[in-house]
Write a protein of this length. Structure first.
Ligand SMILES: NC(=O)c1ccc[n+]([C@@H]2O[C@H](COP(=O)([O-])OP(=O)(O)OC[C@H]3O[C@@H](n4cnc5c(N)ncnc54)[C@H](OP(=O)(O)O)[C@@H]3O)[C@@H](O)[C@H]2O)c1
Length: 229
């Protein structure tokens, strides 16, 4: 059974694995937009250090703090920002506490063979679907797969990329789209149900290969949508 989501008024976000490049960048962007954000970690001190570093680097991040992952998961919206191999094992202990919450999945299951990145086939078709099956009472939304952490981390300029967002729960998807829309320049687009997550995750390998070839940090920007978003 899927519990109704608690759309409480307090907007807060907890990031499991928030100490990594993507989690910490997202934490800083969301805190800069006025949200309360917990940078989660397996190690409290590491979370505190990262939160302190971000607050020292950028002004206006007073609403950002560190905490263990089990504090991060108490937030209204929870982001799982750990490596793909660790996603299931990391959230499993929190299954009950995550019931009824919106949970964002960002992970890309990739491997490098020689100099080329390839997507890895995972059970259920994608990491996001695997996460949804691990958290049957949560509302998983897949997003941010193509957003380069280094660009997201630079709060001095808008990021100017699109992110494809999918979920089996329309309200949760809208919630995530509006959350991500707080990041300057990031256009979050509704890409359908969670069945689309496999294609979105796999596309990351293609983008990384292009970036290697052209020594770039490109992402995606869809054309023909001017005025939308
Ligand atoms: N980097 C990017 O540009 C980018 C872009 C799009 C999507 N993504 C996806 O976003 C996710 C995070 O990316 P990232 O580059 O920030 O990852 P990362 O640095 O490899 O890992 C993020 C955090 O996960 C925790 N972690 C590491 N190994 C773990 C394990 N075995 N079990 C539990 N937690 C573990 C660590 O936090 P603690 O040690 O503090 O617990 C680490 O700081 C990945 O799934 C990636 O595919 C990344």
């Amino acid at each position: 059974m899927v519990l109704p989501c608690d759309w409480g008024s307090a907007l807060d976000v907890g990031i499991i694995g928030g100490t990594g490049p993507l989690g910490s960048a997202l934490a800083a962007r969301l805190a800069a937009s006025g949200l309360s954000v917990v940078v989660g970690s397996r190690v409290r001190e590491k979370a505190d250090e990262v939160a302190e570093r971000l607050r020292a680097q950028w002004s206006g991040l007073e609403t950002l703090r560190g905490g263990e992952n089990d504090e991060a998961i108490r937030s209204e919206t929870v982001v799982v920002a750990v490596p793909w191999e660790s996603v299931v094992k990391t959230v499993e202990p929190f299954t009950r506490l995550l019931a009824g919450k919106v949970v964002l999945s960002l992970a890309n299951a990739l491997m490098k063979m020689g100099s080329e990145f390839s997507a890895i086939e995972v059970p259920r078709g994608s990491i996001a679907q695997l996460l949804q099956s691990t958290l049957p009472e949560s509302q998983v939304v897949a997003a941010l797969h193509h957003v380069p952490a280094r660009e997201l981390a630079n709060l001095s300029h808008p990021i100017e990329v699109d992110t494809l967002v999918c979920s089996d729960f329309p309200e949760a998807k809208e919630r995530a789209i509006s959350l991500l829309g707080r990041v300057p320049g990031l256009r979050a687009l509704d890409a359908g149900s969670l069945a689309q997550a496999g294609a979105i995750e796999a596309m990351t390998a293609v983008i990384l290969n292009v970036n290697q070839r052209y020594h770039a940090r490109s992402s995606i920007r869809l054309t023909g949508l001017e005025g939308e978003g």
